[in-house]
Design a protein around this ligand. Structure first.
Ligand code: SF4
Ligand code: SF4
Length: 431
């Protein structure tokens, strides 16, 4: 009974803490400007099913994709076992699904064990790729101590959780074979049976191991759940809405500002009356000038570096890294959210995303090729943020590189990007 009460208290605290922190991320995302992405729901569901559920963009790197599928499928399916653990914890039962599921239960537990082993091996390989092989994709100026540690902590936790799951089953099965207490014959244990010779024969010690691993496993999962909002691993949840709300128009299609379009139309046609709604700012200086989708993108970033590894600017040694753009956006919006919590919603800290986090040099290094958006496994669009901040630099700060300023001047004076007068057009090139 004490165990059940303790379990309920821990569960209630974990769920309440997670709900509070997930609510803060939701609030932070809503700090962005409005954007209507409610169109074409059928296409959106398809995109989500293909990209988030089907992991379609992961297959471009087959080895990593296979390992990721093991971890992903293992994570989802082993949670059925967690459901049983939760019910057992609340009601003080033991393997509550074994009676109603009969022989199917054995198949399920056997399947979970194989998956647990695959997850464990995959996580060990992922750890080796990051820490021993040191793949270039996992390095970069933005991959400071925290992002590196974050990836490792989760992988190590998953290894420990899977090890605890298998050890728990091994001890449980041994107790079943000894017909001890309530440990009734239930389940099949193709993987954990290999651990049995390592366990003691004494039933008291076996019960301690089985119960210890049971508590470690469930508390570990609740800790994992509450770590998610502080980690890039929040993508486990946000990948689904983020792909649902993906941009459906062609990747290269930029959005025109309605106010500017209206002004140009009015210049060309004096009878045209532009709509009165005015933008408060041209482009984006801080995260609150970006849309909620840009901010959801930032919280969905897995920090995988696929975008940066294909970015021509980064490859040729420029300062730009699209992964850094997303991480900076997330860090800045989180900073604003923390300020709201501490000082109220009107607090100004004097910082902005542009200049304090992302420099003009990074932004102007972008070729707008869209390789980053194409490569992203969760349909994140770093280019949209880059373009919005460039727009601010040009239209609000008149800060454009000399080459662009010359072009703007030529368009203004000559009606063309080149330095020649319109009257001399036929002199540009010998016929
Ligand atoms: S669009 Fe810009 S940031 Fe993205 S890959 Fe191309 S150059 Fe890099
Ligand atoms: S933006 Fe996409 S590709 Fe780039 S690091 Fe984040 S998840 Fe990976």
């Amino acid at each position: 009974m004490i165990g059940q009460i303790l379990f309920l208290l821990i569960l209630a605290a974990a769920v309440a803490f997670f709900t509070r922190n997930a609510g803060k991320i939701r609030r932070n995302i809503k700090l962005g400007r409005p954007l209507d992405r409610s169109d074409n729901p059928a296409e959106r569901w398809k995109t989500m099913a293909r990209v988030a559920l089907g992991q379609s963009k992961m297959v471009k790197r087959p080895f990593a994709a296979l390992l990721h599928v093991f971890v992903y499928v293992g994570f989802v399916i082993i949670n059925i076992e967690v459901l049983e653990i939760l019910i057992d914890g609340v009601f003080g039962s033991h393997r509550v699904f074994s009676q109603p599921l009969g022989s199917l239960y054995g198949l399920l537990i056997g399947g979970f064990e194989v998956l647990a082993l695959l997850v464990l091996i995959s996580c060990l390989i992922f750890l080796a790729r990051r820490n021993i092989v040191r793949l270039k994709r996992f390095t970069g100026i933005e991959m400071t101590a925290w992002p590196k540690g974050d990836a490792n902590y989760i992988l190590i936790t998953e290894v420990l959780l899977m090890a605890a799951f298998l050890t728990m089953n091994a001890a449980d099965h041994k107790l079943q074979l000894l017909h001890f207490g309530h440990y009734l014959q239930a389940g099949s244990f193709p993987v954990s049976d290999l651990l049995s010779p390592l366990l003691p024969a004494d039933t008291k010690a076996l019960v301690i191991i089985e119960r210890g691993c049971w508590w470690f496993h469930i508390i570990g999962i609740l800790v994992f759940l509450n770590y998610l909002p502080y980690s890039k691993h929040f993508h486990i949840l946000l990948a689904f809405p983020n792909t649902y709300y993906s941009k459906l128009t062609p990747k290269g299609q930029f959005n025109n500002m309605a106010s500017v379009t209206g002004e140009v139309k009015a210049m060309l046609d004096p009878s045209f009356v532009p709509e009165t709604a005015e933008a408060s700012r041209f482009g984006a200086k801080d995260v609150t000038d970006l849309t909620w989708k840009n901010l959801m993108d930032a919280y969905t970033c897995t920090e995988c570096g696929r975008c940066t590894s294909v970015c021509p600017a980064n490859i040729t040694g420029k300062l730009l890294s699209p992964r850094k753009i997303m991480m900076d956006t997330r860090d800045r919006v989180t900073e604003i959210g923390n300020n709201i919590d501490k000082h109220g919603k009107d607090h100004q800290d004097g910082k902005t995303l542009l200049h304090d986090y992302i420099t003009a040099e990074e932004l102007w290094a972008c070729t707008t090729c869209n390789a980053c958006t194409e490569a992203c496994p969760v349909n994140i669009d770093p280019l949209n943020i880059i373009v919005e901040m460039r727009r601010y630099l040009v239209m609000e700060e008149s800060q454009a590189p000399t080459g662009l300023n010359n072009m703007f001047g030529n368009i203004e004076n000559n009606g063309a990007p080149w330095k020649y007068a319109a009257a001399d057009r036929f002199n540009w090139k010998p016929l």
